[in-house]
Design a protein around this ligand. Structure first.
Ligand SMILES: [Zn+2]
Length: 134
């Protein structure tokens, strides 16, 4: 079974992303949304995030993949994917500083380690384990 996301899923993804940007107080960021291909350097195939080339612009595109493979795109998983991508924004300024000194691989690993802890705090183990493993 190969699950595809629909406009309804995409609208819910956008709603969840906006909810979390408000919760985290990320109002200074300009958000764009994309439904279709995943791009950028994120960990999974369900959603992705792409930061503008100039880190000071605070412009980001959040993308929901249209192909979820054998994972059903139920609302709770979409909510989880949105939280994951917005958590990337929360940590991004620190990540930019770390990239001045450490390898991309190490920084990516630390970035996701912190996000996993945030996810576990928010969602418990239900979705945080096994859904978005690297
Ligand atoms: Zn990620």
């Amino acid at each position: 079974m190969s699950y595809k996301t629909t406009k309804k899923h995409f609208d819910y993804f956008k709603k969840c992303c906006l909810k979390y940007t408000v919760e985290f107080g990320l109002g200074e960021w300009q958000l764009f949304f994309d439904h279709g291909s995943c791009f950028g350097n994120d960990c999974d195939d369900f959603a992705s995030i792409n930061f503008a080339d100039n880190n000071f612009d605070k412009i980001v595109t959040l993308s929901l993949s249209n192909d979820w493979g054998d994972v059903a795109p139920i609302n709770r998983r979409i909510d989880f994917a949105a939280y994951h991508e917005v958590a990337h924004i929360v940590l991004f300024p620190m990540v930019c500083c770390l990239l001045e000194y450490y390898s991309d691989k190490m920084v990516q690993s630390l970035w996701h380690e912190a996000i996993r802890r945030m996810e576990k705090s928010k969602f418990g183990n239900e979705l945080a384990v096994g859904f978005c493993d690297e």
